[in-house]
Design a binder for this molecule. Structure first.
Ligand SMILES: [Zn+2]
Length: 325
């Protein structure tokens, strides 16, 4: 059994499932108990091993699924929403998430078409349509088989500064547009989702807004990290890796990492790499083949950030955007 965090009438029961999920070591969700009210923050990934682990962990803590009163989601990614349907089938409780998570979790046709249009245009504009074909095909397949992924309840929207029980909702876009964290001011506990992780992994993933336009995800991510520094925090409950307390130190590491990646992309532009594909292979070489989606996401994100910071200029050419100092 994992250790329980206790502060007067409040407790946190971590459910930390260790596995190699990309580079991420573990998939975490948390039970937050305040008096008799039990809240599940995030809901793991939908694989049989996880389900078994979740149930066993719940039982070890003396709970069952029927005891959970509500589910809060830090964002819409599949490793945070996995067991929502499984839980609400047995126990129809309210589920809460950021407004931008709603179309993403409903898999509305409108949203899916927007997403597909956005990514195919984006890859074309950045001259990497050909290499991104596989990703687009996979997206199409997911769209066609999305029925089982849909969250089968009406999700209630949570806005920045809303209070739910003793938890303050704080919008922290960057990792995803719908990222929120939950802060308990009394205990100084922070449920941070994937904004900050112990190992300092930075992960601003490109995405679009409601109008279908590319979001400045790296800038958003940096702003969210800086916002996070303003809260007095004793313990950080993260979506992956271990629970920790040295939030400021880790955020500083993250901010330096962003600075490093900005400088790296700028340097490669100065060295004469003009396109996204040239930049991606100059920085990542062979890894491009294996981690294409994430790498394109990162290079597109950082060239946009470099442009916003006045480090590079973007010029439209026949085969897509080119970058210059
Ligand atoms: Zn995650």
């Amino acid at each position: 059994m994992q250790s329980v965090y206790i502060n007067e009438e409040k407790q946190v029961y971590p459910i930390i499932f260790e596995m190699n999920y990309g580079q991420l070591r573990s998939i975490n969700c948390y039970l937050y108990k305040h008096g008799s009210k039990l809240t599940l923050i995030d809901a793991g990934v939908d694989i049989p091993e996880y389900r078994l682990f979740f149930e066993a962990q719940l039982a070890a803590y003396g709970f069952q699924i029927g005891d959970i009163d509500q589910i809060l989601l830090t964002h819409h990614h599949e490793d945070h929403i996995g067991l929502v349907n499984y839980i609400i089938e047995q126990n129809p409780i309210p589920v809460y998430a950021h407004p931008l998570a709603l179309p993403r979790l409903d898999f509305t046709e409108e949203y899916q078409i927007q997403k597909k249009t956005f990514f195919s245009q984006l890859y074309r504009q950045y001259g990497c349509e050909e290499i991104a074909q596989k990703r687009l095909l996979k997206m199409q397949q997911t769209m066609e088989n999305s029925e089982h992924l849909k969250i089968k309840t009406t999700i209630t929207a949570l806005h920045h500064d809303d209070m739910l029980d003793d938890l303050q909702v704080i919008a922290v876009p960057g990792h995803s547009p719908d990222s929120i964290m939950f802060y308990d001011q009394q205990t100084k506990w922070l449920f941070v989702g994937d904004l900050v992780m112990y190992k300092g992994t930075t992960n601003a993933i490109i995405d679009h807004n409601e109008e279908g336009q590319l979001l400045p995800t790296v800038m958003q991510y940096r702003n969210s990290l800086e916002l996070c520094l303003k809260y007095d925090v004793s313990t950080v409950f993260s979506g992956h890796q271990q629970v920790f307390s040295n939030l400021h130190e880790i955020i500083q590491k993250n901010l330096s990492r962003i600075e490093y990646k900005l400088n790296r992309v700028t340097k490669k532009v100065i060295e004469g790499n003009e396109t996204i594909l040239q930049l991606a292979s100059a920085i990542y070489g062979e890894r491009m083949n294996k981690e294409m989606t994430l790498i394109l996401s990162e290079i597109i994100g950082y060239t946009m950030y470099a442009e916003m910071m006045g480090e590079v200029k973007r010029v439209q050419k026949e085969m897509g955007w080119h970058f210059y100092r």
